[in-house]
Design a binder for this molecule. Structure first.
Ligand code: TRP
Length: 416
């Protein structure tokens, strides 16, 4: 299993560390074999897009990647790619941590102007949690609303529930079968830690999360093309699925998906765990009222400040463990203001109460806007997002195999 060292546990079902500053992400990169996002890559993204990078990239919240350079090469050459991300719907309401990958994915979609597929793994949650199929499917639909409320473009986005979509999608199911044939029980045991008493649904589930990485799974969108590359923004705990996907892709004659990984969003109580949707005091939910937001931050947000005002003024605050400060690094867009807060909090000049007040205002605004966008969504619009269909992008049909051979021959004869 993905045990990073003595203390850090990171896998799709569990994230835990005993360190107050959170998981050691540099170690995780080594362990997973991905690549750190460095300044050179950030500069390259700015150069090819002509835009400043998103603050989540600038501040290292998206910190690791696989094959991002290939995606940027394609973009420079005006060649297509698409985005794939997802969510396991385990509760009716999402918390701010759940929104991070979607907020960033929206930025990617706006910046690169590409199609996006979003997988809601209601089947996964049915298999892992104590839920009925109907409950899991209902949550997928409710979560879709929160995801849409992040501002995705209906002409560029397809959202699907596994339970609803897969049974009507021969192309998707064929890719699932291909993956299932190529991965042994031993391999999934090694990657995911499955044991003899895990149900067989869990053991074959990774094939379902792998399949959206291949454009041939969505003939409605890609016009039957199997050669459109995929970029997956996700939290780093999902990487095991995609290591497996990248391993089988060449043997399926498919392209390996590229990845861009985020760190975890800390629980209010501290960075030792990621937030849990089942513990209402561990997080700010997108459904929380202004008062709930204020009360939760004031009561539960772990403080890195001094125990008393005197102590704080004397010794200063510790931004590395202060959850309110950490939240500001996710949500405050203004770099200068953030730096000022960091400096004055560290020196002890700025008190915890003021830091929290600033955070509460930002969260109330964000959640309020989200609430409004969600409330104005009709079931009809949600259904449209969830209907398999062509998006606004056109793809010339694939070259039939016989043509491909001819072309190859021509090429070869030219070369001789
Ligand atoms: N397994 C993920 C979860 O539990 C959901 C998911 C499916 C996903 N496909 C994905 C997440 C692709 C990121 C990228 O949340």
């Amino acid at each position: 299993m993905d045990k990073v060292d003595e203390d850090d546990v990171v896998n799709p079902w569990e994230v835990a560390t005993s360190s107050a500053t959170g998981v050691d992400y540099d170690k995780l990169i080594k362990r997973f074999g991905s690549t750190k996002i460095d300044d050179a890559l950030l500069q390259r993204i700015e150069k090819v897009t002509g835009k400043p990078v998103h603050h989540l990239l600038r501040r290292g919240k998206f910190f690791s990647q696989r094959d991002m350079h290939i995606i940027l090469d394609l973009y420079e050459q005006k060649k297509p790619f698409y985005l794939y991300t997802g969510r396991g719907p385990s509760s009716d309401s999402m918390h701010m941590g759940h929104l991070i990958p979607f907020i960033f994915t929206k930025w990617l979609q706006d910046t690169f102007d590409v199609p996006l597929v979003i997988q809601l793994t209601d089947d996964e949650k049915y298999l892992w949690k104590d839920l009925t199929l109907e409950q899991a499917n209902h949550m997928a639909f409710e979560n879709a609303k929160d995801i849409i409320a992040c501002g995705f473009d209906i002409e560029k986005t397809f959202i699907f529930s596994d339970l609803d979509f897969i049974s009507n999608s021969p192309a998707f199911y064929r890719n699932m079968c291909r993956v299932q044939k190529l991965v042994t029980y031993n391999q999934v045991k090694g990657i995911f830690g499955f044991g003899d008493s895990d149900c067989i649904g869990k053991i074959s589930f990774p094939a379902i999360q792998a399949s959206p990485s291949f454009s041939s799974s969505f003939p409605e969108i890609f016009n039957g093309r199997s050669d459109i590359p995929c970029l997956i923004p996700c939290a780093i705990d999902q990487d095991p699925y995609f290591r497996m996907t990248r391993d089988v892709a060449p043997r399926m004659n498919c392209l390996k998906p590229a990845l861009i990984h985020s760190t975890f969003f800390p629980a209010l109580q501290g960075a030792q765990t990621k937030m849990s949707a089942s513990d209402p005091t561990s997080s700010i939910f997108v459904t929380d009222s202004d008062k709930q937001i204020k009360d939760k931050i004031n009561k539960y947000a772990f403080s890195g400040g001094g125990a008393t005002v005197e102590e704080h003024k004397e010794k200063g605050g510790n931004c590395d463990v202060d959850v309110s400060f950490q939240y500001l690094t996710f949500f405050m867009e203004d770099d200068d203001r953030l730096e000022e807060i960091r400096k004055t909090y560290t020196s002890g000049e700025l008190l915890t109460g003021f830091l929290k007040k600033e955070l509460v205002e930002i969260l109330q605004k964000l959640v309020g806007e989200h609430r409004q966008r969600r409330a104005s969504l009709t079931d009809d619009v949600v259904k449209q997002f969830m209907t398999p269909r062509k998006l606004k992008f056109d793809y010339p049909p694939p070259t039939p195999p016989s043509e491909k051979k001819k072309k190859k021959k021509q090429k070869n004869s030219k070369a001789v």
